[in-house]
Design a protein around this ligand. Sequence first.
Ligand SMILES: O=c1[nH]c(=O)c2[nH]c(=O)[nH]c2[nH]1
Length: 301
Amino acid sequence: MAIVLGPNQYGKAEVRLVHVDRSTPAHRITDLTVSTALRGDFTAAHTRGDNSHVLTTDTQKNVVYAFAREGGVGEIEQFASRLGRHFTTTADWITGARIEIEQHEWERITVDGREHDHSFVRSGRGTRTTVVTVEADAVHAVSGLAGLVVLRSTGSEFHGFPRDRYTTLAETSDRILATEVTARWRYLDADGMSGADFARLAAGIPRALVETFAAEHSLALQQTLHQMGEAVLTAFPEVAEIRMSMPNKHHFLVDLEPFGLDNPNTVYLAADRPYGRIEGTVRRDDVPEAPAAWYGTPGFC
Ligand SMILES: O=c1[nH]c(=O)c2[nH]c(=O)[nH]c2[nH]1
């Protein structure tokens, strides 16, 4: 029996970068959290403390800032793939890179009906994300969003589930349905997409998700998840698969009978935990799977 080093990667996590484009009077701000991870032959560092192959995490962080200055940021998928390609061409023992970016979205403040040039308010529409994996012969991009909170006050039912001696949940034909969507979708051909393509899909996919949440009557959050994924794949041929994690943010009707009051679906307790966690993948059945694109991305089934 020998003890050997298994899969490993290392990099700088959560580099906070804010880039201000001042080239026009209306400034553009890009606010990112960037995490880098390198893969390759780092066995000597792990087994002998020999750092001759270790491109330091400090250097990786510096590259993020220098690249933002030199080429700007642009769409996060493009910035991630520039970083990944740089690292994988820096040394022959660095064979892969995984660059994860979260984009914290700012909207212009409107003053007297006019969008302000240089004052912003944090958007409530969630965070845009990407994970770009650069390997010797492939570039994968899995983009997504987090923190997209939606609620519908009717048009949601839940019944027909099995009952056993532990079941207390009442069937309902009218409940509040609320969730906070985390979604990640894999592009079929990230290399073939332009910045304009990434921008269009980054805007269009969240819109398709929330519009479907609003439009479709729900018999279960599982059904809603599937409908939302189906809408994205139908509208965007560039997407191979979409994975979603959606907590069921329970809203319980409060019993007001002790106070002599009825409660016709009016007063709720918004519970924060425990919550149901509904997760799933919706995908095309005619495209190859790409496990390498998802490697190291936790939290999805
Ligand atoms: O949409 C739902 N799916 C479930 O699996 C579930 N389980 C539960 O208790 N409530 C709900 N609601």
